[in-house]
Design a protein around this ligand. Structure first.
Ligand SMILES: [Zn+2]
Length: 249
């Protein structure tokens, strides 16, 4: 066949028929598809806020609230630097992902997994929350990352804009390529344990509404003179991120 093709230019050799090229295959109505699919399953639970009387050693006490509940070392994540305002754990948004890695790339795998899940669900605000985190249930893979049914979390805290008290809430999350039937039940139990631990920490003033700090409705906000956090409510007395008293003109 290839030889016939080469010879065709000079005409078919004597006694041999010209070989016609094969017609192209008919275009099918539909392509035969091989399907590819990935379903990620994330979940999180957060408790009401518990108001704790403000004090200098309060943030340092956060990791102690996971005592007896955490299965690994507790890592405390401070609020993100204001210069990394667009950070996001979204790999294809490279500018945001780069900021996220600058802010959190050196954290432990368990903590990075927890932030990825909880930020994706908008269950935590790393711009002003201080987050004490550990593995709470389940196992990690050989790289140290939690399996999809493992539960991570701990407590998250910000400063109350009106009173300067610390508002602490219990927070748990899980997720990945899969789901398991009993994860939700275990997460609820862990959330209760964490909330109890916050309430028993000694400085509790009772529950508070789980309102988010930040800009007023309509987006009006002012910038903290101390830490530069730009989303403080215009009538806030204290900055939710650093807890310092605001200086209003
Ligand atoms: Zn501040």
């Amino acid at each position: 066949m290839p030889l016939e093709f080469l010879r065709r230019k000079g005409g078919a050799p004597k006694g041999q028929p010209v070989v016609a090229p094969e017609p192209p295959p008919a275009v099918p109505e539909e392509a035969v598809a091989e399907d590819h699919q990935l379903r990620l399953n994330f979940g999180a639970k957060t408790s009401n806020g518990v108001r704790l009387q403000g004090g200098p050693n309060l943030l340092a006490a956060l990791s102690g609230m996971l005592a007896g509940i955490a299965k690994t070392t507790v890592e405390v994540v401070e609020p993100r630097a204001t210069t990394l305002a667009s950070a996001s754990p979204n790999i294809i948004r490279t500018a945001e992902a780069t900021e996220w890695l600058r802010a959190h790339g050196d954290l432990l795998p368990i903590t990075r997994h927890a932030l990825w899940v909880l930020e994706s669900l908008d269950a935590i605000d790393p711009a002003c929350d201080t987050f004490a985190c550990a593995l709470l249930d389940g196992t990690v893979d050989t790289g140290g990352y939690p399996e999809y049914a493992s539960i991570v979390g701990g407590v998250a805290a910000h400063w109350d804009e009106a009173t300067g008290d610390l508002i602490v809430r219990a927070i748990v999350g899980w997720g990945g390529r899969g789901a398991r039937g009993d994860t939700d039940r275990i997460a609820t139990r862990l959330l209760g344990l964490l909330l109890g631990s916050i309430l028993e920490s000694g400085a509790s003033l009772g529950f508070t509404a789980a309102e988010r700090p930040g800009a007023a409705p309509g987006g009006a906000s002012v910038t903290c003179q101390h830490c530069g956090y730009p989303l403080v409510h215009p009538r806030a007395v204290y900055c939710p991120k650093c807890g310092m008293r605001m200086l209003h003109a």
